[in-house]
Each structure stands twice: as structure tokens, then as C-alpha cells.
Design a protein around this ligand. Structure first.
Ligand SMILES: C=C(O[C@@H]1C=C(C(=O)O)C=C[C@H]1O)C(=O)O
Length: 477
């Protein structure tokens, strides 16, 4: 693997490998950006960008390079948007202790990083975990380890208060200052070429193919229902995959903008696999965990129903969902499990009222859950304890896991795994990688699933799964 001088590639069990042995130095600067230009577009247009975007080049090199790879993207419902360019370091891990290994390696990395700037713009690593803990051989997920995080060489942040910051990393102070100047200048001028809103159509879908036919789905559900009737399995989430072949090549910046306009209260993310592999992206509604200082926040999001044609019909569906026995059982299993998973970490837990979360395509039952940590914890410890919640796995977890493995005919890869970021203090946020797809040149493979409990009806479950494909499918059409 060729490496940028100063880049640390940290993989598996190895200690950080450095070319120069130097520390990484981070510098940041505020800049003005026309607020009509979304960050996801302003930094994703294939215009000439300053160096440091290409990990095979010396970031201190002053010649300009085209932006080849799509940057890392993260956005949450507070208006925080982050784009990351280039790789200052990459951390990967496989196997059952992957959370620990990532935490340990990131700790070493952050220890060597000197950052002098505001907390808003602090360096973060971005990435996620596959649903299962072993490495997949499925070609759809080529380039995706079962855990992978990137420390971007350049991080552009737009805060919820519309402040813009750029943070660069380099192997010494002089290089950092020089790079920062070039990036700040470029960011203030380049977005003028950028489109200011999402396109009114996506790349177009030529064809779709499914992993699971309706008949296979019914057979899978019946087998799962038998396991529920016969034994200790109480809930399992079963999923399907659908591959869309595109008419034109995908513009991920525009696709994320389309997802923003349709799902403004959801997360948005995009993260590439290693080298020339695909990009995993999506607009998940579900928070796995947010941790800042001693505060931890999560939620149970489980139990779904359709949107109505009118506000009154919407309300009727919502009322029915709140009163429905099967949905309540399914939802309560998730609340109970999350509380059990968090209890060892917190002094007190607060469970808010159950409510309905209304999205453009679907409604979900939602219960916010928060707590105060008994001692300092890393967000990865909490993510590990919570993943997978029974909103995407099942109850009890080991039987659900086994049922998913035995039943699904495709590899989930990073679908339904934790995706997000963390910083040097172990604060961070992870969404559940839902309403998502993995994009390669001319195709996107989408994933969606639903919780199955006793009384689940295969046909109704099929319909709900189709609703969950819609966010990405519609963004592509
Ligand atoms: C599994 C998915 O969604 C999850 C399952 C839900 C359900 O069973 O009702 C609802 C929200 C999500 O927690 C998905 O979007 O693929």
C-alpha cells in the first residue's frame, strides 16, 4: 500500500505504522460559505481542490489535484454537517473484539495528535462496523472490513449555527498552516461552481433485482415464526436486499441532497471502503448512541406503519399504532433490551413517553432513552453494548443472530451496523446504518428489514419492508 508521508495506517493488531515518526498536527480556521451551498455539495463537486485529497501524494505538495474519491459525509438533525477528505490514518479490525481494537488504536492515534482549535472543529474519526463481526467475502462489500474508521486529512464542518470551519492535519506545523491557507481559500471560492440545491431527479433506475421473492419471504417468515412458536426466540428482524442498476452514474453529493430534502430530520452519511471499492450511504432515522461527557442518549425505534394521504389519515394510523398490541409488544421488547444493555453503564436511566416518529414514507414508534454514566466511558463501549438492538437484531440476541444467519440469503455487510464518528475524548455519535445502500459504479444495493414477532403476517411485513426501500430508491429515480 502506498502511503502519504506522515500518514499512519493502523490495521488489525499492529501498532500504528508511521513513515516519518512525527506527530500529526491539526489546525483549523473559520470561513464564510454562501449558505445556499450545502456542505455535501460544495465539497463533493469534482472541481480542482488543493492537495491532500489523494493519499498517494504528499499533502504538503503544492500542486493542485482533482478530487477523485468521494469524501466522507456525516450530518445529523441538529444541522451539524461534516465532510472529510483524504486519509491521515485508517483503522481497521475484524473479529469479536473489533470494538476494543478500534478504540485502542484510535487512542494511540489521538495521543499523537496535537490539535489547537475550537471543539466544534476538532478532529474526529469516521466509520462504522458491519452487522456481523467477521469479514465478509460478498463482492458487494469488497473493501469494507468488519470495522473501519478514517481520520480525514481535511475536515470541513458546518455547525447547526451555520458557522463553517475547516481543519487540516499535517505532519508538522508549517505544513499544517500552509495547507490550511490553501483549503480555506479554496472553500471560499470553489463552491461558486457548485449547484445550490438538489437536482429534481436522480441518475435513474434501469432495472432492479431482489435477493428474496415474495414466496421466499413467506417461507422465511414461516420458518422464523415456527422458531418463535417452538422455543425461546421472541423477535427477529429479517431483511432483504435489492440491487438497482442505474441509467447514469451516481452523483453522491446530489443524492445526499435529495435525501436531505425528503428526510430533513434523519442522519445522512457516506463512507467509502478501501481504495476503489464502493461507498456505503444512507439517511437513517435511528440513533444508536450519542455520548458527550457523562451524558448518553439513545432510543428505541421499532414498530412501523404507513403514512396517510391526509393529516387526518396520518393521525388515524398513528393512533392505531400506539394502541396496537402486537406493535406495542414488539416495541417494548426493544425498550427493555436497550435499558438492560445500558444499565451496567449508568447511574440512572430516563425513559421518555412512547410517541410516533413521522417520516416522509413511514411512521415508527419511538421511545427516547437517556442516562448519566457512572464513570468515564468511550462511546465505542456503549455502541458495542447496544449493537445490535432488537430493532435490527432480535430477542434473545444470540437466537436472533442465529436465525438471521440461517435465514437471510445475502450478507448484511454494514447494513444495520453502527455508523458514525468519535473524537479523542471518546465522545461521539452513531446512527444505525438503515435506509441505506452500497453504491458501486453503476449500481446500488439497498437493504431493508422488519421485526418479526408471533402473529406477524408475511404479506404485511413485505409491504413494510418495501416502504423502507423507498428513501434510497426515490433518491435514485
Ligand atoms: C430494519 C429496519 O428498520 C428497523 C425496524 C423497524 C420495525 O421493525 O418496525 C423500525 C425501525 C427500524 O428500527 C430497516 O429500516 O431496514
Amino acid at each position: 500500500m502506498d502511503r502519504t508521508p506522515g500518514e499512519r495506517v493502523v490495521t488489525g493488531d499492529s501498532s500504528p505504522v508511521t513513515d516519518t515518526g512525527k506527530a500529526l498536527v491539526g489546525r483549523s480556521q473559520r470561513f464564510e460559505l454562501d449558505d445556499r451551498v450545502p456542505v455535501s455539495i460544495s465539497v463533493s463537486v469534482p472541481v480542482t481542490a488543493p492537495t491532500g485529497t489523494d493519499s498517494s501524494r504528499d499533502p504538503a505538495d503544492s500542486c493542485e489535484r482533482r478530487v477523485r474519491s468521494f469524501p466522507i459525509q456525516w450530518a445529523d438533525s441538529t444541522g451539524l454537517e461534516i465532510a472529510g477528505y483524504g486519509v491521515a490514518a485508517r483503522i481497521t479490525a475484524d473479529g469479536p473484539d473489533r470494538f476494543d481494537r478500534v478504540r485502542h488504536q484510535a487512542g494511540e492515534l489521538f495521543d499523537r495528535l496535537e490539535y489547537d482549535g475550537p471543539a466544534t472543529a476538532r478532529p474526529r474519526v469516521f466509520g462504522g462496523f458491519a452487522f456481523h463481526d467477521d469479514r465478509t467475502s460478498d463482492p458487494t462489500w469488497e473493501g469494507f472490513d468488519s470495522a473501519a474508521f478514517v481520520l480525514p486529512a481535511v475536515q470541513v464542518v458546518r455547525t447547526g449555527e451555520d458557522e463553517n470551519w475547516v481543519t487540516v492535519l499535517a505532519s508538522d506545523d508549517e505544513a499544517a498552516v500552509d495547507r490550511l491557507e490553501r483549503w480555506a481559500e479554496w472553500l471560499q471560492t470553489a463552491p461558486e461552481d457548485a449547484p445550490t440545491s438538489s437536482a429534481d431527479h436522480g441518475p435513474g433506475v434501469e432495472d432492479t433485482s431482489r435477493t428474496t421473492t415474495p414466496a421466499e419471504w413467506t417461507a422465511q417468515l414461516e420458518a422464523a415464526l415456527e422458531r418463535i412458536d417452538d422455543g425461546d426466540l421472541r423477535k427477529v428482524v429479517l431483511a432483504q436486499a435489492l440491487t438497482a442498476t442505474l441509467e447514469q452514474s451516481l452523483d453522491l453529493g446530489q443524492t445526499l441532497e435529495r435525501l436531505r430534502s425528503a428526510y430533513p430530520t434523519c442522519y445522512r452519511f457516506a463512507i467509502g471502503g478501501e481504495r476503489e471499492s464502493g461507498t456505503f450511504f444512507g439517511a437513517p432515522p435511528e440513533r444508536l448512541v450519542f455520548k458527550r461527557g457523562e451524558t448518553v442518549e439513545t432510543e428505541a425505534l421499532a414498530g412501523s406503519g404507513p403514512r396517510g394521504e391526509t393529516p387526518a389519515e396520518d393521525e388515524r394510523h398513528a393512533d392505531r399504532m400506539l394502541a396496537d398490541d402486537k406493535l406495542r409488544r414488539e416495541h417494548d421488547l426493544v425498550v427493555e433490551a436497550i435499558c438492560g444493555q445500558l444499565e451496567p453503564f449508568v447511574d440512572s436511566l430516563s425513559i421518555d413517553d412512547r410517541r410516533v416518529r413521522r417520516l416522509a414514507n413511514i411512521q415508527h414508534l419511538r421511545t427516547p432513552i437517556s442516562g448519566t454514566l457512572t464513570e468515564d466511558r468511550h462511546v465505542l463501549e456503549l455502541a458495542e453494548a447496544l449493537h445490535p438492538t432488537p430493532a435490527v437484531g432480535g430477542v434473545p440476541p444470540d437466537l436472533a443472530w442465529e436465525t438471521i444467519r440461517d435465514t437471510e440469503s445475502f450478507d448484511r455487510g454494514w447494513y444495520a451496523g453502527p455508523v458514525g464518528w468519535f473524537d479523542g475524548d471518546g465522545d461521539g455519535e452513531f446512527a444505525v446504518g438503515l435506509r441505506s445502500g452500497v453504491a458501486s459504479d453503476d449500481q446500488v444495493t439497498l437493504f431493508a428489514g422488519n421485526g418479526i414477532v408471533a402473529d406477524s403476517d408475511p404479506e404485511a411485513e413485505w409491504e413494510e419492508v418495501q416502504l423502507k426501500f423507498r428513501p434510497i430508491l426515490e433518491a435514485l429515480r
